[in-house]
Design a binder for this molecule. Structure first.
Ligand code: PMP
Ligand code: GLN
Length: 383
C-alpha cells in the first residue's frame, strides 16, 4: 500500500459490519436499510434485465432515460435546470462521483476544506489526488460550521470546498444563512464546491435541504452529487449522479471513463422510474424515518446516552463519556460483547481526535422491532 493510503486499510464500516456478523450482534453501524425499496422499482429493474435494456455497455454519461429523470428531479424539488446531454453524469454510486470529481478537479498540493467528522472516502480520495485535506471541525453539541473559522482556513492553495449536507455522521443540515455565507466565500476566493447531497430527502422537522448550486454565483462552480442508495433504499445498486456546468461535468466524466468506464445498465432504467415517483413517496419515506429517529433517540436516552438529535440522515451521534468510556473506538469494539449491538466510532472521522474522542454513531434505518430490541440490549450497559 502506498504512502497516500497508509492507515486506510479497511473502512470502519466493513470492520464493524464484520464484527456484527462474527458476534451475531444487531448492526446499527453501517448505514443500510433492512427493508428494500419500492416493489415497482425492483420490478422495473427485473423488466430491464429481461427486455435486454442495459445488459451491454450503456452510454458513458448514463442512459438518456436516467439523465432526463435526474434533470426533472432537480427541477421539481429545487427549481434547478440542467441539460441532460451536457450537465449530467451517471456514476457508480455517489462514491465514484466523489472520487472522479476530486481526481478530475484537484492538482497535487491543492488544499481541500471539508467538514470533520468527514465521510471516510473524502480523506482517501483527497489523498489519492495528492491534495491536502484541511478540516473545519463541527463541534458538539450543535455541530454548526464556524464561518469565521472557515474564512480563516482559506489560503492561496485552497482549490475546493467539499460540503456534505445533510451531514453524515452528525445529521447537521446547513441553513440558508450558512449556505449563503459559504457561497459568498466561494465566490470571493474563486473556489470550486463539490457538494455531497446523498441524504437530500432525509430531513426532519422544520429543516429543509437546500442545494448550494441554487445560490447566486454558485451554479457554475458547483458539482452536486447524489445517489439512489439512500433515497430509494437500494444501497446495493450503486447508482449515483453528478449535476454541474458542462466544463465541470466533462472533467468529471474524463476521470470516470478510466475508473469504471460506465455504470451498471439495468439499474439505471429502474432508478429513472424511482426518480419519477410521486411526491407522496418522498414525504412518506421522510416521515417514516423521522419516526424511527425518534424511536431510537428515546431508546438511547433511556439507556443513558447523551444524544445529539440529527436534523437529517440515517444517523444519531451520541457521546459515551457518561459510561466512563473516553475512547469511542474501544467502546464500539467492546459493545458486541457487552450487549450484542454494533455502532460506529465517530472518532475515526476526525483529524482533531480530541473533538470526537467519545462520539459514537447509531443508524436508525432499521425495522422498528430491531430498533426496540437494540434499545433494550443497550439498557444492559448500566446494569
Ligand atoms: N456520501 C455519504 C455522506 C454517504 O454517507 C455515503 C454512503 N452511505 C456515500 C456518499 C456513498 O453513496 P453510494 O452508496 O451511492 O456510493
Ligand atoms: N455511507 C454508509 C455509512 O455511513 C456506509 C457506506 C460504506 O460502507 N462505504 O454507514
Amino acid at each position: 500500500l502506498n504512502r497516500r493510503l497508509a492507515g486506510m486499510g479497511t473502512t470502519i464500516f466493513a470492520e464493524m459490519s464484520a464484527l456484527a456478523t462474527a458476534t451475531g450482534s444487531i448492526n446499527l453501524g453501517q448505514g443500510f436499510p433492512d427493508t428494500d425499496g419500492p416493489e415497482e422499482v425492483r420490478e422495473a429493474a427485473v423488466r430491464a434485465l429481461r427486455e435486454g435494456r442495459g445488459n451491454q455497455y450503456p452510454p458513458g454519461p448514463g442512459v438518456p432515460e436516467l439523465r432526463q429523470a435526474i434533470v426533472e428531479h432537480q427541477q421539481r424539488f429545487y427549481g434547478l435546470g440542467y441539460d441532460p446531454d451536457t450537465e449530467v453524469l451517471v456514476t457508480a454510486g455517489a462514491t465514484e462521483a466523489i472520487a472522479a470529481s476530486l481526481l478530475a478537479l484537484l492538482e497535487p498540493g491543492d488544499e481541500v476544506i471539508a467538514f470533520e467528522p468527514f465521510y471516510d472516502s473524502y480523506a482517501a480520495c483527497i489523498a489519492m489526488a495528492g491534495a491536502t485535506r484541511v478540516p473545519l471541525t463541527l463541534r458538539a453539541p450543535d455541530f454548526r460550521p464556524d464561518l469565521d473559522e472557515l474564512s480563516a482556513l482559506i489560503t492561496p492553495r485552497t482549490r475546493l470546498l467539499l460540503l456534505n449536507t445533510p451531514h453524515n455522521p452528525t445529521g447537521t443540515v446547513l441553513t440558508a444563512d450558512e449556505l449563503s455565507a459559504i457561497a459568498a466565500l466561494a465566490v470571493e476566493h474563486d473556489l470550486l464546491v463539490v457538494t455531497d447531497e446523498v441524504y437530500e430527502h432525509l430531513v426532519f422537522g422544520a429543516s429543509v435541504h437546500r442545494p448550494i448550486a441554487a445560490l447566486p454565483g454558485m451554479r457554475e462552480r458547483t458539482v452536486s452529487i447524489s445517489s439512489a442508495g439512500k433515497t430509494f433504499s437500494f444501497t446495493g445498486w450503486k447508482v449515483g449522479w453528478v449535476t454541474a456546468a458542462p466544463e465541470l461535468v466533462a472533467a468529471v466524466r474524463t476521470a470516470k471513463q478510466y475508473l469504471t468506464y460506465v455504470s451498471a445498465g439495468p439499474f439505471q432504467y429502474a432508478v429513472a422510474e424511482a426518480l419519477r415517483l410521486p411526491d407522496t413517496y418522498f414525504a412518506t419515506f421522510r416521515s417514516e424515518l423521522e419516526r424511527k429517529r425518534d424511536l431510537l433517540d428515546a431508546g438511547l436516552r433511556t439507556a443513558g446516552f447523551e444524544v445529539y438529535e440529527p436534523q437529517g440522515t440515517y444517523f444519531i451521534t451520541t457521546d459515551v463519556a457518561s459510561f466512563g468510556e473516553k475512547d469511542a473506538y474501544a467502546f464500539c469494539r467492546a459493545l458486541p460483547e457487552r450487549c450484542g449491538v454494533v455502532a460506529i466510532p465517530n472518532s475515526v472521522f476526525y483529524d482533531d481526535k480530541e473533538a470526537g474522542r467519545s462520539q459514537v454513531r447509531f443508524t436508525f434505518c432499521k425495522q422498528d422491532s430491531v430498533l426496540e430490541d437494540a434499545a433494550e440490549r443497550l439498557q444492559r450497559l448500566r446494569a
